[in-house]
Design a binder for this molecule. Structure first.
Ligand SMILES: *[C@@H]1O[C@H](CO)[C@@H](O)[C@H](O)[C@H]1NC(C)=O
Ligand SMILES: *[C@@H]1O[C@H](CO)[C@@H](O)[C@H](O)[C@H]1NC(C)=O
Ligand SMILES: *[C@@H]1O[C@H](CO)[C@@H](O)[C@H](O)[C@H]1NC(C)=O
Ligand SMILES: *[C@@H]1O[C@H](CO)[C@@H](O)[C@H](O)[C@H]1NC(C)=O
Ligand SMILES: *[C@@H]1O[C@H](CO)[C@@H](O)[C@H](O)[C@H]1NC(C)=O
Ligand SMILES: *[C@@H]1O[C@H](CO)[C@@H](O)[C@H](O)[C@H]1NC(C)=O
Ligand SMILES: *[C@@H]1O[C@H](CO)[C@@H](O)[C@H](O)[C@H]1NC(C)=O
Length: 718
């Protein structure tokens, strides 16, 4: 009974939907004076038992150096943090599977066919293929729905010697995102639509009736199936797949899944980032929802700090898929503006790069028709699902030529992926991204290193090319601006300590670029500015991309305190009929007689808490509960403080929540039960509920860094 109501949240929020958590533990060697023979997992379980915490282990992760821990269902999260060796506890997130793919089955000679190799020509992949640079010797893991390896252009078989040389099925056909996963042999084929589209973009063999080829058709593909025939996938399974792919020796990983977040946190993102830091390339769909959501909304795990989050550009040619006239695509070949989607709340540059992702001719599972054009300019998820494998294939080409640890050169700053240029450039600029942060944490002076990796002496000139400054919030409101995010014609300025120099082959020069944010903009609109620093020598030109926000992020409002979506002010307590509770009300918690806390976030928060507090608490909340008569009941309960506020006990604590979009159905609710977050029953009495959201960059220990709201009196009469 007690667990059932603990996290009863609406399904589409970014919250955990079960009481499943991923607990990360320290390596045994990290802990001095460890007990003899104590292994990290055993130590954790023993410590939980000593604390009388009931738990059920679902999966164990044992990849020293990358991730040690377990996915565990438990109720008492707060008590686990202090258990032996625990490094982090993160709720399990559910990711949407690659959205139902809209595609048109095609046959040779079909007038709807796009130019067979247009995306390869756009990026120089065709020229690399001519030089037999096809990803030979590189292993690419595809974490998706599986691949129809019976497809003749995908090798026609499975196992050593075949194109699809290995893999694993973590879910079977019937797993629906809940419960234990099925560990099966990799043998399915008809449900593998998304993975087969991805597999063809990376690896389709030439010599097919359509005269197309995958970006890296010489690479080995390994299929890790994490999505069943029905829908979603959870962190615990994706992490399993990520860790197995590393043990299998993958050099490159492609993931086309995600959930909007805006944060670089989340267990899958953390694991993906650590894998990328070991020199592998992890390409993940940016999952852009730009058309309906605006900025600060990129997906996790694509936000993983070291992963490459891939946005989509359209193919240069739009095929005639729906009986429409064959138009060059208006956006064809254009680099999508990053400003519509990112950055992250901690000011990382996501999406990191753009690759072709729309209107791509690729393989379909044989039972579904073998070949199709993944189409539809509005299907944003689909498009980034198709661009991540393009990036993964491009990385494999680079690895074939430069060796399998050349990952720094793979990402030449923002822009369209250019594997040909990345391989044949005679200049390398590092870092490729200059992260300037907000005005409080401003990192204006940036050290940049330019290296001549060519065979001749080169004379370089540095220059600055500003890009757009995105106005990410509507002036005078707390609402995000929607796509296309408006741009201000005010730019950063840059000075160099040295703007011209000459380098012999193998020589490098470090320079300092001092970047000043654009002036005269309204900081309350959170203007995100960006631009490029170019190092040019003759026709050789490389760039680093800078990104910053001309405002202190701490000032951005997190909680919606308006009535714009619901017609009554938020946050609010809803009674069992869904009406705002305006006067003190007692609840029995029987037969659905329970209150619900409803709130919306217009910006991300690193920490959100609901605490039970005394009905007579003295507290100046930042958001006042309007139209609520101020009655106070005396109350004898007492216990603890949080950020200097006396609290009785925590009801809910969530970290790294992204903002809501504009759809009321996805707003955040918490159905109260008469239990604390640790499962202990709350004594009958009169209380209030304190909602607090920490501001971005805020100090969790500083009360002034929270927005807060205090509910009307909620009586527990269970
Ligand atoms: C899956 O592939 C096998 C051959 O490997 C075939 O016998 C079977 O019919 C296929 N199943 C479906 C549902 O297409
Ligand atoms: C296939 O494409 C290549 C270039 O990408 C071209 O040279 C060749 O003629 C094409 N073949 C057919 C049958 O279209
Ligand atoms: C920006 O500053 C915040 C606050 O110190 C920090 O948490 C974040 O990691 C910084 N971002 C970058 C990209 O350095
Ligand atoms: C740069 O120019 C030289 C001759 O001026 C040419 O040989 C070379 O191919 C060019 N490089 C690129 C990358 O276009
Ligand atoms: C709620 O219950 C308490 C305790 O029984 C009682 O004193 C109080 O009057 C009740 N409040 C309301 C609004 O019914
Ligand atoms: C609440 O605000 C009032 C007016 O600003 C102030 O006098 C009072 O001390 C504050 N109370 C607390 C508990 O901070
Ligand atoms: C659970 O939390 C409440 C409120 O903080 C506390 O009073 C109670 O002792 C806790 N129960 C356990 C078993 O730790």
């Amino acid at each position: 009974m007690k667990a059932a109501l603990l996290l009863a949240l609406f399904a589409s929020s970014t919250f955990a939907t079960t009481n499943l958590y991923i607990v990360e533990v320290a390596d045994a060697s990290d802990i001095p004076a460890k007990r003899h023979g104590s292994q990290p997992h055993e130590r954790l379980y023993r410590s939980l038992q000593e604390r009388k915490i009931s738990f059920d282990v679902q999966k164990e992760y044992n990849s020293p150096g990358i991730f040690l821990g377990a996915s565990i269902s438990l109720n008492d999260v707060a008590n686990v943090l202090s258990a032996d060796g625990v490094v982090a506890i993160r709720p399990v997130h559910t990711y949407s599977s690659p959205k139902p793919v809209s595609f048109k089955v095609v046959s040779p000679g079909d007038p709807a066919l796009p130019d067979s190799e247009s995306t390869h020509i756009l990026t120089g992949v065709d020229k690399l293929h001519e030089q037999a640079i096809i990803g030979k010797g590189v292993k690419i893991g595809i974490i998706d729905t599986g691949i129809d390896y019976t497809h003749p252009s995908l090798g026609g078989g499975f196992g050593p010697g075949f194109k699809v040389a290995g893999g694993y099925d973590f879910v079977g056909d019937n797993y629906n995102g809940h419960g234990r996963s099925y560990h099966g042999r990799f043998d399915h084929n008809s449900s593998s639509r998304s993975g087969t589209l991805v597999g063809g973009i990376i690896g389709a063999n030439p010599g097919n009736p359509f005269n197309i080829s995958g970006v890296a058709y010489g690479a080995e593909l390994w299929a890790y199936r994490v999505v069943s025939c029905f829908g979603s996938v959870t962190d615990d399974i994706v992490i399993d797949a990520l860790l197995m792919s590393v043990k299998d020796g993958m050099n490159v990983l492609s993931l086309s899944l995600g959930q909007s977040s805006g944060w670089t946190e989340g267990t899958t993102a953390v694991v993906a980032s650590r894998i990328a830091a070991t020199g592998k390339i992890v390409a993940i769909a940016a999952g852009n929802d730009a058309s309906s959501t605006g900025s600060w909304f990129t997906s996790t795990p694509g936000n993983a700090i070291n992963a490459i989050s891939v946005a989509s550009s359209d193919n240069t040619v739009v095929p005639q898929t729906d009986g429409t006239p064959d138009i060059p695509a208006p956006s064809g070949g254009l680099v999508s503006s990053f400003s519509s989607y990112g950055p992250t709340y901690d000011m990382y540059f996501k999406p990191s790069i753009t690759a072709p992702g729309g209107n791509i001719l690729t393989t379909l599972p044989v039972p579904l028709g073998s070949w199709g054009v993944a189409s539809g300019v509005r299907e944003q998820i689909l498009r980034t699902s198709m661009s991540a494998p393009f990036m993964a294939g491009s990385a494999a080409l680079l690895f074939q030529v430069k060796g399998k640890s050349a990952s720094t050169a793979a990402q030449q700053g923002a822009g369209l992926v250019q594997p040909y240029a990345a391989i044949f450039t005679s200049t390398v600029i590092t870092p490729a991204e200059l992260l300037l942060n907000d005005t409080t944490h401003f990192a204006g002076p940036q050290k940049i290193t330019i290296k001549n990796v060519g065979k001749t002496v080169q004379s370089y000139t540095l220059s600055h090319v500003p890009a757009g400054t995105a106005v990410t919030l509507s002036p005078g409101t707390i609402d995000p601006t929607m796509s296309r995010v408006p741009l201000a014609a005010t730019y950063a300025t840059v000075t160099f300590n040295m703007a011209e120099f000459t380098l012999g082959p193998g020589q490098a020069q470090q320079v300092v670029a001092t970047i000043s944010p654009p002036q005269g903009l309204d900081p309350s609109t959170l203007p995100v500015y960006s631009g490029f620093i170019y190092a040019t020598s003759g026709n050789d030109s490389v760039h680093a991309t800078y990104l910053g926000v001309a405002a202190p992020l701490r000032n951005a409002q997190v909680l919606d305190d308006t009535d714009s979506i619901f017609g009554f002010n938020l946050p609010v307590i809803l009674d069992p009929n869904g009406n705002p509770q305006n006067t003190p009300t007692n609840y029995t918690f029987v037969g659905g007689n329970a209150p619900t806390v409803l709130w919306r976030q217009v910006f991300g928060t690193p920490l959100l808490r609901l605490d039970l507090v005394a009905a007579n608490i003295v507290l100046n909340a930042t958001i006042s509960a309007r139209a609520v008569p101020l009655l106070s009941f005396s109350n004898s309960h007492n216990g603890g403080t949080f950020a200097q506020v006396p609290t009785i006990g925590p009801l809910l604590e969530m970290d790294f929540l992204g903002r809501n979009d504009q759809f009321a159905t996805r707003d955040r609710t918490f159905l109260l039960s008469n239990i604390f977050a640790n499962g202990t029953v709350i004594p009958d009495g009169s209380y209030k509920i304190l909602l607090r959201a920490l501001k971005v960059t805020g100090d969790p220990k500083n009360e002034a860094d929270y927005e807060s709201w205090l509910s009307p009196i909620v009586g527990i009469a269970a």
